[in-house]
Structures are given as structure tokens and as C-alpha cells.
Design a protein around this ligand. Sequence first.
Ligand SMILES: Nc1nc2[nH]c(S[C@@H](C(=O)O)c3ccccc3)nc2c(=O)[nH]1
Length: 275
Amino acid sequence: MQFKDKQLSLSSPRVMGILNVTPDSFSDGGQHNARDSAIDRAHRMAEQGADFIDIGGESTRPGAADVAEQEELDRVIPVIEALSGQLDAVISIDTSKAAVMKEAVNAGAALINDVRALQEPDALAMASELNVPVCLMHMQGQPRSMQQAPHYRDVVREVNDFLLARVKACHNAGIKEQNIILDPGFGFGKALSHNYQLLRHLPQVAALGYPLLVGMSRKSMIGNLLSRDVEKRLAGSVAVATIAAHLGANIIRVHDVEETADAVNIVKYINALEE
Ligand SMILES: Nc1nc2[nH]c(S[C@@H](C(=O)O)c3ccccc3)nc2c(=O)[nH]1
């Protein structure tokens, strides 16, 4: 797959490191050292084996309030500018806003990661104009309310139907087929059982014929099943990442890059044996 001037094969599973540049993701105060620590973290994740660094300025935590456009720009653009050309990894922008997509790609991002699947105003046209790969993710409802009462008759079918409808919208907006990545959206409007049905039947989502991105790292689907607080979810996160990679996920979005890269390297070795 082509990410600006970097060709990256998705035939074996890749690791995407999460770089939250939201104020609530910094323990220490102050904007300046927050930016420096984000830049250091990005370099460290690339060194640990991340092929992508996903930079997000909007916390999509359930119940989170929307972030103003200028606030999101102020958070992410300086970090992308500081990292562009300095990393061996592809920079991804985690945003739903057309203006943030534009500024981020102009600053050096080569992948758009949109948890709202380009449904916000002007997002489809902007993604088409920017001509970079875009990840379309399924979400039932909005972050503020999505976890109140998630309900599906057949979660895999309904997620697949949504993703295909978004692919069609992308096609109608002039977005190239080879620029599309899909994501079932673990934790976004799903109860525990829905998340694990989607993981178990991931081959059915892969069967849609597009590269798959999955994000389960440290999420409540792990915490609730194992009764683990967020700082004790490493083993569970590596377990679900391994299962997803083995079932065909192409990009695994995680906080713990080094540990996940080890697990993915074992999956890659086994897959190579089968050939
Ligand atoms: N494509 C793609 N982008 C993503 N951005 C995020 S935010 C996530 C987190 O824990 O990082 C999150 C989810 C739910 C609540 C809080 C935080 N999750 C994904 C994902 O699953 N797929």
C-alpha cells in the first residue's frame, strides 16, 4: 500500500503505535514538555517496531465532549511537523474533521484514521482531494452515548453492511479503492459479547476484501472480561492482538508496541511456514 513516498506491504501484520496528544493523556502539566514527551514517545515507538504512529488530538472516550477544531489543530499539527521526515514510521492522523485532515496531511501525515468513517461535513471530499489511504471505522452512535445500550441483531453482518455502505460513499466521492482500510471499531458502541463476536469472526470482515485495522489495546473489552484495571491489561492486549493478527488483521493499533511487535513477529513466522 502506498503512503505518500513510502510503500508498505500489508501482506504481513503491522503495528500502529498510539500517540495521544490530548491534555488528559499527559500526566505532567504544561503544553511545552507535553509536546516534547509526545515527540520522544513517537521516536521510541518507531524504534520498538511501530510501522505507523497514530496521532490523535480528540479523546474519543465514552462521554467525552467534542473538541473544537482549532484546539485539535493546536495539539496535533506541531507534533506532526516535528516528526515529519524524522521517523521511519508512517504518520497517521486520528481525526474526523476535514480541516484537521488537510493540515495534518500537508504537515506530513500519510494516513487518515477516522473513527466516524468520513461522515462529518466535507470529510469525504477532503479525503478524496488529499488522496492518501483512509481507515473507515464502525461506530454505533456517538462517543458521548455509544456505550449506554449497544444493540445488534447480528453484529458482524451489521458492521459489515455499514462498512460496505461507507466504501460505496467513498467510491462515489472519487476515493480510490486501493486507498481504503476498514476497521470494525472495537469498543465503539459494542457490549462485551459484540466485541468478541467481531474478533472471533474477523475473517468475515477480512472477506470484504480490504485491509483491516483493529484497535483493542487496553480497552474495556479486556478489562471487563479479565477484571483488570487499565494498567494491568498488557497480557490481555497482547492476547487479542495475537488472535487478530492470526485471523487476518493487517494493522494492529496499540499502546504497547514492543510487546505487540514480538507477538506479531511470531504470527508472521508461523504464516511464512504455511506457504
Ligand atoms: N481506527 C481506529 N481508531 C481508533 N481510535 C481509538 S481511541 C480508543 C483508544 O483506546 O485509543 C478509545 C476507544 C474507546 C474509548 C476510549 C478510547 N480506538 C480506535 C480503533 O479501535 N480503531
